[in-house]
Write a protein that binds this ligand. Structure first.
Ligand code: NAP
Length: 584
């Protein structure tokens, strides 16, 4: 007679599935810091569908996703699933694992009871029409990240996975090592190998951001395996040795440069020149590290907003910048001239499909991929591991937690096929940058189910605008325009042509940009037509104020020319809107 529940570390006889299991659960009423959100409970062991597998978990990997699941932001994963028809009022996270197959559905052919496996975290419906036609499952609307967007992840004695997620466990790795690498390594594999002619090749140069991080440490090794040369970016020289041992040709300390962040305005001669100086010296550093004047054929991106301008600039003509995250922000700015004239590719990438995950795993099986496990925790410490990540006090590399394994270091049987150097991170290493948002968040699309409510108090542009237009001609000098601005105490002058049509606006920003990189005399003698923002943005006096504000902010402008029956009659400025806020 089988037991109803086995204690942790008490492995049930192979193939025997108890009715209940121990698990770390997150519930909605305790969303918040991981040390409070995660609690040990006993729940029913999940049943499996015909294409699914029940795996007895030996160790699980720790990822940012479940820090966010614990916090309940930006997505309440439990409510989202309940809405989709799943009844459970709890979340069992965990998107990386190693373990032993205990039960298989009747359609499963790739694994059998007793197999030692690792699991990738990509789930999709085998009934999806796109998938059935042979489409990449990563583009299927049914695609989900197991253990974040789905329940019954690896933070429990048993996990429910699709058979296609199971891959052979590298025999030379311990349970905790083999639970550490799959999510990051499969993501890095698709980024580097998933994009046709732009994919990485022997002889290529790759620039790898965050070389000592979870993704970067995998990318260096994947690049090395294909015969490419990589240059690793890190935030300190203490991490150079780590990246070089993984296979980087050399490293660059990003703190030696200060041109990061969004691009300066392309009309800002001085600002742009300063940025160009910074990015050029960064490019020269890449040459120095390589020992030859070559640009990266592929740039492995995830910091996003702060680094994309640089990545696009330094990328080789015809090369690719491939990005899977925006850790520093999502508004990446691109100087399009570099994209089109030098025919570069900016490619988005998200996790990996089954085939790509298995190609990556081949590398691990062959002993050519170190899991870069930097710290492992006991089962009881699972919330602490997430709390460290939440507080940004965790080391670089990848972390795991024991689930069924009773001690550290178990599970390895056999030597690695090739001798591996296990690089170690500097003592006391911790992250210095904020935790990223989840790798997967629902984005609004064309056919979004929920109606959007737009709140508006009915105020019209005519209620706030200033009547009267102060204008200049296209051939007035900047000096003349400046005098008009100062004398009339206004921030912009409308440029009217001979027919009385508004053809542009000279704003204070336009004037300031004209001055950048020129002497006052040179700036003064320029013409309004040369510095104006052409195409005069207008709005009708009857337009809703909220629509006018959207126009202003989307175009990064401070004022609109107001028209009545298509004739300019006044101006609406940001200042007018601010006055309304304070009730003036
Ligand atoms: P990680 O282990 O924290 O490593 C990220 C690295 O980025 C850090 O080690 C840091 O290295 C570097 N970095 C931080 N701030 C930077 C900045 N301002 N400029 C340049 N580099 C900076 O994280 P990870 O596991 O590699 O994941 C990286 C990102 O990818 C995260 O946002 C994660 O959510 C996302 N991700 C996406 C997918 C997907 O499928 N879409 C999959 C996995 C991960 P230094 O401080 O040494 O420079």
């Amino acid at each position: 007679m089988s037991k109803q529940l086995y204690e942790l570390g008490e492995k049930p006889p192979l193939g025997e599935v108890p009715e209940k299991m121990h698990a770390w659960l997150v519930r909605q009423d305790r969303f918040g810091k991981p040390t409070e959100a995660f609690q040990q409970e006993v729940v029913n062991t999940p049943s499996i569908a015909d294409d699914e597998v029940l795996v007895y978990v030996m160790a699980a990997g720790i990822n940012y996703n479940n820090v966010w699941a614990a916090l309940g932001i930006p997505v309440n994963v439990i409510a989202a699933r309940n809405k989709g028809g799943e009844p459970e009022d709890f979340h069992i996270g965990g998107s990386d694992a190693s373990g032993i197959v205990y039960k298989v559905g009747k359609d499963v052919t790739n694994v059998k009871v007793g197999d030692e496996v690792v699991m990738h975290c990509g789930q999709y419906s085998r009934n999806c029409e796109w998938v059935k036609k042979g489409g990449d499952p990563m583009y299927s609307p049914t695609f989900k990240i197991w253990g974040y967007e789905t329940n019954y992840g690896s933070f429990a004695q048993f996990t429910r996975v699709q058979a296609q997620q199971c891959m052979p466990k590298p025999r030379h790795m311990t349970w905790e090592e083999s639970a550490a690498y799959t999510l990051v390594a499969a993501t890095a594999w698709r980024m580097l190998h998933g994009w046709g002619a732009s994919s990485i090749k022997k002889g290529d140069v790759a620039l790898i951001w965050g070389g000592a991080g979870g993704l970067g440490s995998m990318a260096i090794q994947i690049a090395k395996a294909v015969g490419a040369t990589s240059v690793a970016m890190v935030s300190g020289e203490d991490k150079f040795d780590y990246c070089m041992k993984l296979g980087a040709k050399g490293c660059i300390n990003r703190n030696d440069f200060d041109h990061w962040g969004m691009l300066p305005h392309w009309k800002d001669n001085a600002g742009y020149a300063k940025w160009l100086k910074g990015v050029r010296s960064f490019g020269a550093k890449i040459w120095e590290v390589l020992g030859e004047k070559r640009a990266p054929n592929i740039v492995f991106e995830h910091p996003g907003e702060s680094t994309i301008p640089t990545s696009i600039f330094v990328c080789e003509t015809g090369g690719m910048v491939v990005v899977c995250a925006g850790t520093t922000g999502y508004n990446a700015t691109v100087d399009l001239r570099y994209l089109w004239m030098r025919q570069k590719r900016l490619q988005g990438s998200h996790f990996a499909n089954t085939e790509q995950a298995n190609q990556m795993n081949e590398l691990a099986l062959r002993g050519l991929l170190d899991p870069c496990m930097s710290r492992v925790f006991t089962y009881e410490e699972l919330p602490i591991a997430h709390q460290l990540m939440h507080d940004n006090k965790h080391p670089h590399g990848n972390m795991s937690v024991l689930i069924g394994a009773t001690e550290f270091g178990q599970g390895a049987s056999g030597k690695p096929p090739v001798a591996m150097v296990h690089p170690t991170l500097p003592k006391g290493d911790v992250h210095t940058t904020p935790a990223p948002y989840p790798m997967s968040v629902p984005l609004p699309s064309i056919a979004e189910g929920e109606a959007l409510t737009i709140a508006d108090d009915g105020t019209r542009v005519r209620d706030l605008m200033h009547r009267g237009i102060i204008s200049c001609t296209p051939d007035d000098t900047v000096g003349t325009v400046a005098k008009i601005m100062v004398d009339k105490e206004i921030h912009a002058v409308v440029v009217m042509d001979e027919q009385g049509m508004a053809v542009g606006v000279v704003s204070q920003t336009d004037m300031v940009l004209a001055r950048q990189g020129r002497t006052p005399d040179q700036a003064r003698s320029m013409l309004a037509r040369e510095v104006m923002t052409p195409g005069c943005a207008t709005c009708d006096a009857d337009m809703l104020l909220s629509d006018a504000v959207s126009l202003l902010t989307a175009r990064r402008m401070h004022r609109l020319v107001v028209t009545e029956k298509d004739q300019p009659v006044g101006v609406l400025s940001m200042t007018d809107v601010v006055r309304k806020i304070i009730g003036e």
